[in-house]
Design a protein around this ligand. Structure first.
Ligand SMILES: NC(=O)c1ccc[n+]([C@@H]2O[C@H](COP(=O)([O-])OP(=O)(O)OC[C@H]3O[C@@H](n4cnc5c(N)ncnc54)[C@H](O)[C@@H]3O)[C@@H](O)[C@H]2O)c1
Length: 324
């Protein structure tokens, strides 16, 4: 029998697609979300849904008491870098304190396996020699978002030592694209690909390109975009490793190992969508690293992760089909 998985953040972009793909793979899924940034309609119908904040001890305990959960996929979190600069404590509250409440309840109910959504924001601004970024690269976050995620990674390591918790933290690079049913629906939207699509669909919307004086081929910042379906396959590999008690590392980068500049994304979108895209060049945003590219050799080898959608045109097209 396939495992019973608690998906936190199941109404969000990545959590909803994870729930959809886990159900397709035959797993039993329970969804948790407080709908703070997620959408009720993104939760697959006919699965148990618990509308609660993961910091609410009584509600989270009730879920674990009434259901025999095998493993938790923890996507719930606050994930806006700019907001985290304005309201750092919100980020420590949600991404650390509330997540710690979830861990404490898990331990009390003897559920000791979790896959955690971490981020390349834990690395801060890597030195040029550190690109592509390995897991061992120094972590030096430059915003409360990255700091709160790194703090939780550290907490996980102590729970492993003191409570025998088994976990994998996946440090995502830039997640993009959509499944047939679900995709990105953030408000405000801060991610490049949905904004490029917005500019393609709306002549009155001008895309802001932050910085054209970076030390890159066209001066704009380079990121490693990973299709959300490949990201979820990595989670499925991670949970299989945990469920079968196989040996693994605790932290894995997840990206394709190559990147695209902002202008390359704009040009690819123009080609794929066959539409013009208006943009304006703006000053760099403080704290935006010039280049973030993952060295993902570890996850490919250890978890036998084999991405199938490493094609920026496919990523843009899938995101556009969802937005239509
Ligand atoms: N999207 C990316 O490119 C990216 C990159 C790196 C890491 N991540 C991480 O992946 C995870 C999912 O990201 P996303 O883009 O799907 O974000 P999202 O905002 O679309 O989804 C997050 C979900 O968590 C829910 N949530 C937030 N706080 C909660 C709480 N305290 N209790 C219960 N539910 C809560 C929200 O309502 C939302 O449905 C986040 O943890 C984020 O930090 C995302």
């Amino acid at each position: 029998m396939k495992s019973k998985i608690l998906v936190t953040g199941a109404a969000g972009y990545i959590g909803s697609i994870a729930s959809e793909m886990l159900l397709e793979e035959g797993y039993e899924v329970l969804a948790v979300d407080d709908l703070s940034t997620g959408h009720m309609e993104a939760i697959p119908p006919n699965i148990p849904f618990f509308n609660t904040n993961i910091g609410n001890t009584a509600s989270v305990e009730k879920i674990f008491k009434e259901n025999k959960i095998d493993i938790v996929l923890h996507f719930a979190g606050a994930a806006l870098v700019e907001e985290s600069m304005r309201d750092p404590l919100k980020y420590f509250d949600i991404n650390f304190c509330q997540a710690q409440n979830l861990l404490d309840v898990m331990i009390r109910f003897n559920v000791k396996k979790i896959v955690f959504s971490s981020t390349c924001a834990t690395y801060g601004i890597p030195k040029p020699d550190d690109i592509p970024i390995k897991e061992e690269t120094q972590t030096k976050p430059i915003n409360p978002y990255g700091e709160s995620k790194l703090a939780f990674e550290k907490a996980l390591a102590w729970y492993k030592q003191n409570h025998n918790l088994d976990y994998i933290a996946l440090r995502y690079f830039n997640v993009a694209g959509a499944s047939k049913k679900h995709g990105e629906n953030h408000n405000p939207e801060t991610h490049l690909i949905p904004l490029v699509i917005r500019a393609a669909n709306n002549k009155n919307y001008e895309l802001s390109v932050y910085g054209n004086d970076y030390p890159t081929k066209d001066g704009t910042a380079i990121r490693d975009y990973i299709h959300v379906a490949d990201l979820i396959h990595a989670h499925i590999r991670a949970l299989e490793i945990l469920i079968t008690n196989k040996k693994h590392e605790i932290i894995y980068n997840i990206g394709y190992g190559h990147g695209y500049s902002v202008l390359e994304i704009v040009n690819s979108a123009k080609e794929v969508l066959k539409k013009d895209i208006q943009y304006k060049l703006c000053k760099r945003r403080p704290g935006d690293p010039p280049v973030l590219i993952a060295d993902s050799s570890k996850i490919r080898k250890d978890l036998n992760w084999q991405p199938k959608h490493d094609d920026i045109r496919e990523i843009i097209m899938s995101a556009s089909n969802f937005i239509k």
